[in-house]
Design a protein around this ligand. Structure first.
Ligand code: GDP
Length: 295
């Protein structure tokens, strides 16, 4: 299960605190050291972990906590609040265009789950009463168009494709098609690469300039930990993303990406992928995630 190691270690640290009754400053310091180590072992970004425990410590070493009848309980509450804040507090909503269609670009490295999540998002939006259009803009992998067609068919959502036409042209034509046919949301499945390169980024920038998307969602694989955070930072620096879809959270990811993305990039995780099925998509709720980590 995801976050298992982190959850266990935090719970052990809290148990030790609880056994102490009243807390002294060194007790809290020691607990913060344990929490910091647990975060680092969960692959949380070093700076994020350090700032996090500094913040919790600052709040915990106050009169209120140390003189309370259940000081350890109050520390847990502070950790819960700060974990929630770290991940962005409120669930982020999708931006919409004032005049339809709303354009959403899905970007990411190959294998992150981009196409799968195009399908998941299409299905979720369709269930909400929207009429999404999936767009096949990954022209480099021969199987990519076919894969999107399969995904679209499963979701009951049409797929726009023009073979290996220039991606920017495909995207422009898709937006026009959506206007003509009453699709209120355009979901663009862009090309992925094994690593970030200039050609890929230039193409994405070109598409962005041409269709002016309301959302640029970066799809990253939670299993890759800090790498997911680095990829997010680079994409954001070069393309200015609006949010992240964190995939494969059903695996035994240690959790570092979920906890670091927001703080490192300033951009929220908007959705999480929790399985291979098309229904396995959830809106990301920082408070629920914090509660899950704290057990
Ligand atoms: P793309 O290259 O980024 O378009 O990646 P794909 O959408 O083809 O996904 C790559 C692999 O990851 C596929 O085998 C998917 O079934 C799998 N996958 C995608 N999302 C998830 C998820 O949330 N959980 C799990 N367990 N597998 C996923």
């Amino acid at each position: 299960m995801a976050f298992e190691g982190l959850a266990d270690k935090l719970s052990a640290a809290f148990k030790r605190l609880k056994s102490k009754g009243k807390l002294s400053e060194p007790d809290i310091k020691e607990a913060m050291r344990e929490i910091r180590l647990a975060l680092l072992e969960a692959d949380v970004n070093y700076k994020v972990a350090k700032e996090f425990t500094a913040k919790v410590s600052e709040r915990a070493v106050g009169q209120d906590v140390m003189e309370s009848l259940t000081p350890a309980q109050m520390v847990v509450k502070i950790v819960n609040e700060e974990l929630t804040a770290l991940m962005g507090s409120d669930a982020a909503r999708l931006a919409t265009a004032s005049t339809p269609p709303t354009v959403i670009m899905l970007c990411g490295l190959q294998g992150a789950g981009k196409t799968t999540h195009g399908g998941k998002l299409a299905l979720m939006l369709k269930k909400q009463g929207h009429r999404p259009l999936l767009v096949a803009a990954d022209i480099y992998r021969p199987a990519a168009i076919k894969q999107l067609q399969v995904v679209g068919e499963k979701a009951g959502v049409p797929v726009f494709e023009q073979g290996t036409e220039k991606p920017v042209k495909i995207c422009r034509a898709a937006v026009k098609h959506a206007k003509d046919y009453g699709n209120d949301i355009v979901l663009i499945d862009t090309a992925g690469r094994l690593q970030i390169d200039e050609v890929l980024m230039d193409e994405l920038k070109e598409i962005k300039a041409a269709v002016q998307p309301q959302e640029i969602l970066l799809v990253v694989d939670a299993m890759t930990g800090q790498e997911a955070v680095n990829v997010s930072k680079t994409f954001d620096d070069l393309l200015e993303i609006t949010g992240v879809i964190l995939t494969k959270l059903d695996g035994d990811t240690r959790g570092g990406a979920a906890l670091s993305v927001r703080s490192v990039t300033g951009k929220p995780i908007k959705f999480v992928g929790v399985g291979e099925k098309q229904e396995d998509l959830e809106v990301f709720h920082p408070d629920r995630m914090a509660s899950r980590i704290l057990g």
